[in-house]
Design a protein around this ligand. Structure first.
Ligand code: NAD
Length: 353
């Protein structure tokens, strides 16, 4: 009789980690007590497809980061078709999951989770910064000061801005971030805060913002804050035709995704003066952004810094692990994406608590 000296295969469910972890090492160590963590070292998409057949052939959950798209490409139908049958959940580290196609996952009964609460405050702070800067021409003043052209009447300063008391703010997309924007704007004393959402919220969730139709929001707002997800329905939904219905001199603030706006038509409207100012954290083809757009004095731009803070990054990374832990222990991820709310999920927990 021979005795085997080889290490026994782990009986723990396997979790594939795609992309780098910077802050949540402790939380991942907690997950490692109940799951085997496999780091994705596939250098490119083609090799990833190969590795899914071999060394990742029995993973049950996949965690992915926003920047891992540079390694594997989008999680689209082609990529999902290479998943082994063992995959039951994908946890994306971000609120916006436009890098992942939901439909092919749903077709295979694979749950998709995103990051919700941890992004709301930091992204809403970013929207408020962009809004105040565009409303008061702060960046124009800053740029003049840096150039040594202190903005007095004598040397020609920034045009006068406006105060909140005269301004109606329209929030397009009243989800977690939209509501956090509203909460931050209320103390400033805006004339009115209106919103449009796929569904009207309950009065408790509306918390003083008035629900209006899409057309009303577009035509009545002095400032429009965009906080809707990017998907096939919303791509280029802010276009020439919609812009033409906005107030002359309207301010647009975008912390959602660049491609919600048709960027070339936006540029033209900014040059024509139809749009008074644009404050944006996101651009259609980022990191490629037309220099002409960035150079306009009435454009305040940030290179996608909505959650660019140590605490936000840590909270987001930990939230991904929470989703995986909940999936393993209950059979259901913690924050399934809205498209899958009605998906039939009847999975046995893979880990006993
Ligand atoms: N700039 C950043 O760093 C950053 C950070 C986090 C999120 N985001 C972006 O912000 C978006 C919103 O995030 P969230 O956490 O508020 O998401 P959320 O799902 O909580 O809210 C989105 C809201 O938009 C509504 N909606 C969807 N489609 C709509 C449509 N066509 N018209 C009107 N309303 C519509 C939904 O009903 C929902 O209430 C994300 O999808 C993401 O792309 C950007």
């Amino acid at each position: 009789m021979t005795t085997s000296t080889s290490t026994p295969r782990s009986s723990k469910p396997k979790v594939l980690r795609v992309g780098k972890i910077d802050f949540a090492q402790e939380k991942w160590a907690q997950l490692a007590q109940v799951a085997e963590i496999v780091d994705c070292d596939s250098p490119n998409r083609e090799q990833f497809f190969e590795d899914l057949k071999t060394k990742y052939s029995d993973v049950v959950s996949i965690a992915r980061t926003f920047y891992s798209v540079e390694q594997t490409g989008r999680f689209d139908a082609e990529l999902v078709s290479h998943f082994p049958d063992s995959v039951r959940s994908v946890s994306h580290n971000g609120a916006g999951y436009d890098q992942v196609d939901v439909e092919p996952l749903t077709a295979r009964g694979i749950q998709l989770s995103n990051v919700t609460v941890p992004v709301e405050a930091p992204t809403a702070d970013t929207a408020v910064y962009l809004l105040l800067s565009t409303l008061r021409n702060f960046q124009i003043g800053h740029d003049l000061a840096v150039k040594g052209q202190w903005p007095t009447a004598k040397c020609g300063g920034a045009a006068l801005g406006h105060l909140p008391e005269s301004q109606t703010v329209g929030i397009l997309g009243m989800g977690g971030i939209g509501r956090a924007i509203r909460d931050r704007l209320k103390p400033f004393g805006f004339k009115k805060i209106i919103y449009y959402n796929r569904k009207q919220l309950t009065p408790e969730l509306e918390a003083g913002a008035d629900y209006v139709s899409y057309d009303e929001l577009i035509s009545q707002s002095d400032i429009i804050c965009i906080s809707i997800p990017l998907n096939a329905n919303t791509r280029h939904s802010i276009n020439k035709e919609v812009i033409s219905k906005m107030k002359d001199g309207v301010i647009l603030v975008n912390t959602a995704r660049g491609a919600v706006i048709n960027e070339s038509e936006l540029l033209q409207a900014l040059k024509d003066g139809k749009i008074g100012a644009f404050g944006s954290d996101v651009f259609e083809h980022e990191p490629q952004v037309p220099q002409e757009l960035l150079d306009l004095p009435n454009v305040v731009s940030l290179p996608h810094m909505g959650t660019h803070a140590v605490e936000a990054m840590k909270n987001m990374e930990e939230f991904v692990v929470d989703n995986i832990l909940q999936f393993l222990t209950t059979g259901k991820v913690k924050t399934i994406v809205p498209e899958q709310y009605s998906m039939d999920i009847a999975l046995e927990p893979l880990v006993k608590t």
